[in-house]
Every structure is written in structure tokens, then in C-alpha cells.
Design a protein. Structure first.
Length: 83
């Protein structure tokens, strides 16, 4: 049984383990090419966009250190854009 899920890929991505997340998205797409979250994750991580990388790094740092309701709302809005 494999536990390589969208959730795990998202966690890897937030933690900065982009290669691991990308590999999970690819594996999901092999068995289900129409999987919308896997398609979105694969496209997001396949792009070589420096602005995106800076945003992901900033959000990862915020995710690690968030302590106010406003910071948690920022994280929630960021994650909602993935869906």
C-alpha cells in the first residue's frame, strides 16, 4: 500500500522538498492522468519561475513561524489557491 498522496505532496512542497512532491504528483498522474490536484501540483513545480520560488519560500517561512490569526488567514488563502 502506498501512502504517497496529494496531502503528502503538499506537505513536502510546503517544507521545500519540491523534488519529492513532484515525484508524488508524477506517480499519481501515471495512474490517474485527469487528477486535478496532481495536475496543478505538477505544473506548479515544473515551472522554473523565480518569483514563484520566492513566494513559496516566504510562505514556507510564514507557515513555520505563524502565530497571529492574520498570519494563519494568509496561509489559508495561499493554500486555497491550490484547489
Amino acid at each position: 500500500m502506498s501512502f504517497k498522496t496529494i496531502t503528502l505532496a503538499s506537505i513536502y512542497e510546503l517544507q521545500g522538498f519540491k523534488e519529492e512532491a513532484l515525484e508524488i504528483y508524477k506517480n499519481i498522474l501515471k495512474t490517474n492522468p485527469e487528477h486535478p490536484e496532481a495536475q496543478s501540483g505538477y505544473q506548479r513545480l515544473s515551472q522554473k519561475n523565480k518569483d514563484s520560488q520566492c513566494t513559496n519560500t516566504a510562505m514556507r517561512d510564514l507557515f513555520i513561524s505563524a502565530s497571529t490569526p492574520e498570519e494563519f488567514q494568509t496561509i489559508e488563502r495561499y493554500l486555497m489557491r491550490w484547489n
